[in-house]
Design a protein around this ligand. Structure first.
Ligand code: HEM
Length: 330
């Protein structure tokens, strides 16, 4: 965000303006890997908003309490468009990758797809994919997801101890689920998974990250081309068919649609992989922690309601990422 009404600067007696140091510098220090860092508590307790410093060096204003976050997210004076000059960026050097482009036909294309759009474009793009995340669709995916989870657990249990749960289950389950969602052929799963994993590695250099992104982009480009030629039963194929509806016979696919689908597929991978992997690990941690403390959740017996309890406990206090970025237009 840009500066809000409440400022943390003050006029000193001599007439010089002093700007308070940021209350929190990201990345924050974690004293216990399984508990929210103390800095998050400080943000929650401080008058809203608080000045914070991002790893890029950008100064931003953080809004931490649920009601304040809700109010900000629904206030049209805040924008998600990363190409706004004051948009707080997490990493240095990101600015040159965030610009929207205007295609030859005049369509505004956002490199972050839905994540960097405002109303009314955001609503239109979101409605186009909402049908993919209904209970009915998720239920239809359930048998395949169950197979994926079972196969990962079986492989882990078949090895000799100790087992690395994150490597064996938390990381592969979401990337294989995303393969399923996008209709990535089985023979390409290893390629897709290895690149998806590389993007999550914090130690990866900017250059290497660029190379991985280029490879994934060409992969998604080819995947979408193949689905344009022969649509299947997956999210990307349905998006292609949806965009063709109403187009007269013989009119070729719009290259802007193709580009937008690459970016959407990328977003689903980026948004759904690390977040879910962390959630699976933290959910299991929460479960084990409750058991260790004798407060048995009896999730098995409580069925879905029990699992929702674990999910809520983990999502409330340990979710990653805890942050959504916006820039203020006022
Ligand atoms: C526990 C797991 C997850 C967490 C904690 C999480 C968290 C978030 C957050 C905080 C945002 C807002 C980001 C922003 O506005 O800057 C977001 C947006 C989004 N997430 Fe997730 N996410 C999770 C799982 C997933 C999965 C599995 C998918 C899809 C495969 C997904 C797809 C998306 C998409 C498409 C958006 C953009 C929505 C929009 O702008 O309308 N997320 N998520």
């Amino acid at each position: 965000m840009d500066a809000p009404e409440q400022s943390s600067s003050a006029i000193e007696p001599g007439g010089t303006e002093t700007v308070a140091a940021p209350m929190v510098e990201f990345p924050v220090t974690r004293s216990c890997p399984y508990q929210p860092p103390p800095d998050y508590r400080r943000l929650l307790e401080a008058p809203c908003p608080s000045r914070v410093q991002l790893p890029s060096g950008d100064i931003a204003w953080a809004v931490a309490r649920y009601e304040d976050v809700r109010a900000m997210l629904t206030d049209p004076r805040f924008s998600s468009d990363r190409s706004n000059p004051g948009y707080p960026l997490l990493l240095a050097g990101q600015r040159r990758f965030v610009s929207n482009t205007t295609s030859a036909s005049g369509r505004k294309i956002s490199p972050f797809s839905l994540l960097s759009m405002d109303a009314p474009e955001h609503g239109t793009a979101r409605r186009a994919v909402l049908g993919e995340f209904t209970m009915r669709r998720v239920e239809a995916l359930r048998p395949r997801l169950q197979q994926i989870v079972d196969a990962c657990l079986d492989e882990m249990l078949g090895g000799s101890p100790p087992a690395d749960f994150v490597a064996a289950v938390s990381l592969p389950v979401p990337s294989l689920a995303i393969c399923e969602l996008l209709g990535v052929p089985y023979s390409d799963h290893d390629f897709f998974q290895a690149r998806a994993l590389a993007l999550l590695r914090r130690t990866i250099s900017g250059q290497e990250r660029g190379r991985v992104i280029t490879k994934l982009r060409s992969f998604l480009d080819a995947l979408i081309t193949s689905k344009e030629q022969e649509p299947g039963d997956d999210l990307l194929s349905r998006q292609i068919l949806r965009r063709r509806e109403g187009r007269a016979d013989g009119v070729p696919d719009d290259p802007d649609d193709h580009e937008e689908l690459i970016l959407l597929a990328f977003l689903l991978l980026l948004a759904g992989h690390g977040t879910t992997a962390n959630m699976i690990s933290l959910g299991v941690m929460t479960l084990l922690d409750h058991q260790r403390r004798g407060a048995r959740l009896a999730v098995g017996r409580a069925g879905l309601a029990g699992w929702l309890g674990v999910y809520r406990a983990a999502a409330r206090s340990e979710t990653s990422p805890p942050i959504a970025w916006k820039v203020s237009s006022k």
